[in-house]
Design a protein around this ligand. Structure first.
Ligand code: ZN
Length: 241
């Protein structure tokens, strides 16, 4: 079975359209979304409509919860807080209802999905160390863990007693007993590669592929400026920061 996984769209409609076109051409059996549909970008309603219409398994992200008032945004930086305030004003009743309906975690086939980390999904911890990944892999009920949140694609593999981290674009999973992948970000990559990111997981071949897709950054940044959102949120998209 072929799975397509994406996360952190952050209301960037041009990036989402480019990723969904790339995903469609791969004809995956199933699609998973790891949350943060909104926040930062200028098209929250359009992105929610598109993801909802996909009908794919989707977990909720911290920016989604902040936009509907279910998460205190005071710990966000000032640009993110401004985006939360603006986003909350844009959402229609059905958008709020949809975001509130999304679970914090979801199990789909061999994949255990969460936006942050499974040890405390409501805390939205950033998975950034091999030590943390080791603990998570220890308790992971399914073969592949999938998350987003850091906007940096990265895979952890448990091989024997060891846990290894890799930034490789193609990852062979045949030797590992468990794996945990951060699928990067569609709408606001932060690994200095401005291209939109998604992941293909071939369950039969036991392989992962981190895919990057060019999209119309100019259009996304113009919309952010026209919406009156902070200029920095537009500028960073050019640099993948
Ligand atoms: Zn995010």
């Amino acid at each position: 079975m072929l799975w397509a996984l994406f996360s952190d769209v952050h209301a960037n409609e041009p990036a989402l359209e480019a990723v969904l076109a790339a995903i469609e051409s791969e004809r995956p059996d199933r699609i998973l979304c790891l949350g943060d549909l909104v926040g930062y970008g200028a098209n929250p309603r359009e992105v929610i409509d598109r993801v909802r219409d996909l009908g794919c398994e989707t977990v909720v992200g911290n920016h989604d919860l902040a936009a509907v008032g279910r998460l205190d945004a005071s710990c966000f930086n000032m640009y993110a807080r401004e985006a939360v305030r603006w986003t909350a004003e844009q959402l229609r009743a059905e958008d709020r209802e949809y975001l509130l309906s999304l679970p914090l975690v979801a199990d789909a086939g061999p994949i255990a999905a969460v936006h942050g980390t499974r040890d405390d999904p409501e805390e939205f911890f950033y998975l950034q160390s091999t030590e943390h990944a080791s603990e998570l892999l220890e308790d992971q009920p399914l073969f592949l863990g999938a998350c987003g949140h850091t906007h940096v694609p990265l895979t952890f593999l448990r091989v024997g007693d060891e846990v290894l981290a890799t930034f490789a674009k193609n990852v062979d999973l045949r030797r590992c007993s468990r794996a945990l992948v951060n699928v990067g970000s569609v709408g606001q990559p932060r690994d200095e590669d401005p291209r939109a990111c998604f992941v293909l997981f071939d369950d039969d071949r036991r392989s992962l592929e981190i895919r990057r897709v060019e999209y119309d950054v100019e259009s996304a940044t113009r919309r952010i400026r026209e919406a009156g959102l902070p200029q920095l949120l537009a500028d960073r998209l050019w640099h993948g920061l």
